[in-house]
Ligand binder design. Structure first.
Ligand code: ADP
Length: 356
């Protein structure tokens, strides 16, 4: 068990800077998820922790030890990759035992650890099969098993579920979460999938272009995105944005005029007469007529069984409302959509920073 600390981590390839001064403290036993769009530097960060890449600047600590110059095999970490890279000619038992054999564990110790891991992962019945005789989910479990037999201080996962079909991914997601609850080992998990991040992480670290945008508990990130990017990246369907002008206690554009609460008025005072970005999550819209509702034109209605996604336009803005009925609605219908101003998010148009 160990905490992982990144201090002012920089990484460049040639003249291209990939990571810009990453600072992050992952607590002992924490499940931290690095999430962000493809190319934002998640894997690079993880690979630097693993020692598979060298940082251009800054420090990596595992526990109290600065590990920048420590060989990967001596860092007390285990990594699970997207392509599980099981040895095809070895059975499951031998695949799991391999790392321990390299480290000269006794046969007895190896047997104990493999059997223990096999039980945790429910792969006892397939220990003598080869990888080609396994399903995708079973292979994934074996890859995780190979990591846990080593009882490392830190687990690193790099998009481990992205080769699995949607249903299996959801199942493995809960299994990895359960595994963490059982082992209580520090885990750092990389994914581009914001649903995986929301559901698995004790804390999610949202990255963009080699910077950390926000690192907080999932619900905090969802409820209080620190900037426009985080608001738009976390949540599905995504948050809607409208450019509006602040006019006293109202937000105005060419198509609507929305009243805001006194508390918001205080926060927005310095923006009087200027434009900001208003964010409203799809689930915060209700079909309701009011002086403060948005008159919208229905473009497409998706019936999900338990709810509907209404794809709407108002003027030049397109947005999605998520309502809890499944009423059939005609394309082209005019709708009145209302959201409580308590659920509004405000962002500075230029910096993208949250205003509150
Ligand atoms: P992510 O995991 O978020 O998708 P990566 O950390 O893999 O992103 O990559 C971050 C950026 O670094 C990308 O723009 C990628 O093209 C670049 N990159 C990664 N590895 C190398 C490399 N070996 N040489 C040059 N550029 C690289």
């Amino acid at each position: 068990m160990a905490q992982v600390t990144l201090k002012n981590l920089d990484k460049s390839y040639g003249s291209t800077k990939i990571l810009h001064g990453i600072n992050l403290e992952i607590q002992d036993g924490e499940f931290a998820v690095l999430v962000g769009p493809s190319g934002c530097g998640k894997s690079t960060t993880l690979r630097i922790v693993a020692g598979l890449e060298e940082a251009t600047g800054g420090d990596v600590f595992i526990g109290d030890t600065r590990v920048n110059d420590v060989e990967p095999k001596n860092r007390d970490i285990a990594m699970v990759f997207q392509n599980y890279a099981l040895y095809p000619h070895m059975n499951v038992y031998e695949n799991m035992a391999f790392g321990l054999r390299l480290r000269k564990y006794s046969d007895k110790a190896i047997q104990e650890r493999v059997e223990e891991a096999a039980e945790v992962l429910s792969v006892e019945d397939i220990l003598y099969r080869r990888p080609k005789e396994l399903s995708g989910g079973q292979r994934q479990r074996v890859a995780v098993g190979r990591a846990i037999v080593r009882k490392p201080a830190v687990f690193l996962f790099d998009e481990p579920l992205s080769n699995l079909d949607a249903k299996l991914r959801v199942q493995m997601r809960t299994e990895i979460k359960k595994l963490h609850a059982k082992l209580k080992t520090t885990m750092i998990y990389v994914t581009h999938d914001q649903v995986e991040a929301m559901t698995m992480g004790d804390r999610i670290v949202v990255m963009k272009d080699g910077y950390i945008m926000q690192a907080e508990e999932p619900l905090n990130v969802y409820q209080k995105p620190q900037n426009h990017f985080v608001g738009s990246f976390i949540g599905s369907p995504a948050m809607n944005f409208f450019k509006v002008e602040v006019q006293g206690k109202t937000l105005v554009n060419q198509k609507f005029k929305l009243a805001i609460a006194d508390s918001h008025h205080d926060a927005l005072k310095s923006y009087e007469g200027r434009q900001i970005n208003l964010g409203i999550r799809p689930e915060h819209f209700k079909l309701m007529e009011s002086t403060s509702s948005i008159k919208a034109h229905l473009e497409v209605s998706e019936l999900m069984g338990n709810e509907s996604y209404l794809y709407c336009t108002t003027g030049d803005d397109a947005f999605i409302a998520r309502v809890s009925d499944n009423a059939p609605r005609k394309i082209g219908t005019e709708l009145n959509l209302f959201a409580d101003s308590g659920d509004f998010h405000f962002f500075d148009l230029e910096s993208g920073q949250r205003i509150e």
